[in-house]
Write a protein that binds this ligand. Structure first.
Ligand SMILES: Cc1ncc(COP(=O)(O)O)c(C=O)c1O
Length: 433
């Protein structure tokens, strides 16, 4: 194999294909920079540089662990796929950064790798972290167990308590604020401007996990976050066929996280990066359809027999509906349905599924159903779960891209299964429902 030529057309050149827009009214036609490309266009062309004759339209797969250097005394940049600088890894990191409107991005081996490396890059023994208490289960465990093991204390905030809550939790060595929104599985939408103002004042970063929204529905940097993290396993990849994570933010921070990647080693396999690139190209149309299907299904579930509550930020009944309408460009593809018959009803519901898979994860083209009490929140006892708004009858649905009538048919059948399972239980003396 020959080393890359500087003008090798199939590699990203690093040249930004879109330019920042000038403030209104500045510059005449000839000097005004081009307007920024739309998100849909960026998700397809971002990071690709200019094509030359004969160049492939799609970035080829560089399934290589290592790359030729320039020769003794002229190693150039050392490319080694664990470093996160394989061309496929670089392309997807760049693309997501461009979608988020961030300076730089780094693609790694999983969403948890992105979260862990980001946190580790920001703290040392004796430091302190302040986090929202509504977190994805593994992130919660990382905060509860892994950070304290390294001598890092964690302060927990209920984001409902507003600025006061964040401010009261600060300590002299607080190094970052952490927020996840929308949350899993109650889809609470928290206003990042509140912790962002506190973080700015303290000159520390606000780090956000924005997996549930995707950059098509929400761009954290526009609302004050310095670092935005995605489990790219979900909407960014979009086909339930890869595990990946991406972190975006200022270049200096991303370089520090990349240093952690080199040491801890959770690199993204080039083939998974290639698949992720392919997923990103259809992100806009997929998210549009996820948003539309989920909103229609949420409305459909409302008031149906056996349904106590429908949780969806696009419904006026959701506690954060107004805020979600202001912050989000779409309400997303995740939906919660609380069944009146509790555990038995959820079992009957799941047994009646034909199209939707009963599986953890989310954000793929296919509809997935999961029971938070058995998956994401199984480490909590029932009381703590209920306090967090997660009843025994809660079913989480990652609404896919199927036809809407097929989905309503599927859930009509599932609700019938739920009702008959819960009526069997209530007819049997001594059984809890
Ligand atoms: C909100 C959120 N963040 C992070 C993760 C972790 O992502 P991964 O499974 O890619 O490590 C998940 C996984 O479900 C998630 O839902």
């Amino acid at each position: 194999m020959t080393a890359f030529e500087p003008d090798e057309p199939s590699r990203p050149t690093g040249e930004a294909p879109f330019q920042p827009q000038p403030p209104d009214g500045e510059g005449d036609e000839s000097t005004r920079p081009e307007r920024p490309l739309e998100l849909a266009t960026r998700s397809i062309h971002g990071g690709m540089g200019r094509a030359q004759s004969g160049a492939p339209v799609v970035m080829p797969l560089y399934q290589s662990a290592t790359f030729h250097g320039g020769g003794p005394g002229d190693e150039g940049e050392l490319r080694y796929s664990r470093y996160g600088n394989n061309p496929n890894q670089e392309l997807v990191g760049d693309r997501v950064a461009q979608l988020e409107g961030m300076e730089a991005g780094l693609a790694v081996g999983s969403g948890m790798a992105a979260i862990a490396l980001t946190l580790l890059s920001l703290v040392r023994t004796g430091d302190h972290v302040v986090t929202s208490d509504r977190l994805y289960g593994a992130t919660r465990l990382f905060m509860e167990e892994e950070l304290p093991r390294r001598g890092v204390e964690v302060g927990w905030v209920d984001p409902e308590n507003g600025e006061r809550g964040w401010r009261d939790a600060l300590r002299p060595r607080t190094r970052l604020l952490y927020l996840e929104t929308p949350t899993n599985p109650t889809l609470r939408v928290h206003d990042p401007r509140v912790p962002a103002a506190v973080a700015r004042e303290q000159r520390i970063p606000l780090v956000m996990d924005v997996t549930f929204a995707s950059p098509m529905n929400f761009r954290a940097g526009e609302w004050g976050a310095e670092v935005a993290i995605h489990s790219a396993t979900k909407y960014l990849g979009g086909h339930s066929d890869l595990i990946a994570g991406v972190v975006t933010g200022p270049r200096a921070r991303i370089e520090e996280i990349q240093r952690m990647l080199r040491l801890y080693g959770p690199a993204l396999d080039p083939h998974a990066a290639w698949l992720l690139d392919r997923g990103l190209r259809t992100l806009d149309v997929r998210i549009e359809r996820h948003n539309r299907n989920a909103l229609s299904l949420a409305r459909w579930f409302q008031g149906r027999p056996g349904v106590d509550r429908v949780i969806y930020p696009g419904l006026p009944s959701h506690p954060d509906h107004e805020l979600a309408t202001r912050l989000l460009d779409g309400y997303g593809g995740m939906l919660g349905v609380e069944l009146s018959g509790g555990v038995a009803a959820t079992e009957g519901f799941c047994r009646s599924l034909r199209l939707a898979a009963l599986a953890p994860s989310l954000g793929g083209v296919e509809t997935l159903v999961s029971l938070p009490r058995l998956t994401s929140h199984r480490s909590m006892d029932a009381g703590a779960r209920r306090a967090a708004g997660i009843g025994d009858g809660l079913v989480r649905i990652s609404v896919g891209l199927e036809g809407l009538e097929d989905l309503t048919g599927e859930f009509e059948r599932a609700l019938a299964g739920a009702r008959s399972a819960s009526s069997r239980v209530s007819a049997t003396p001594g059984q809890e429902s």
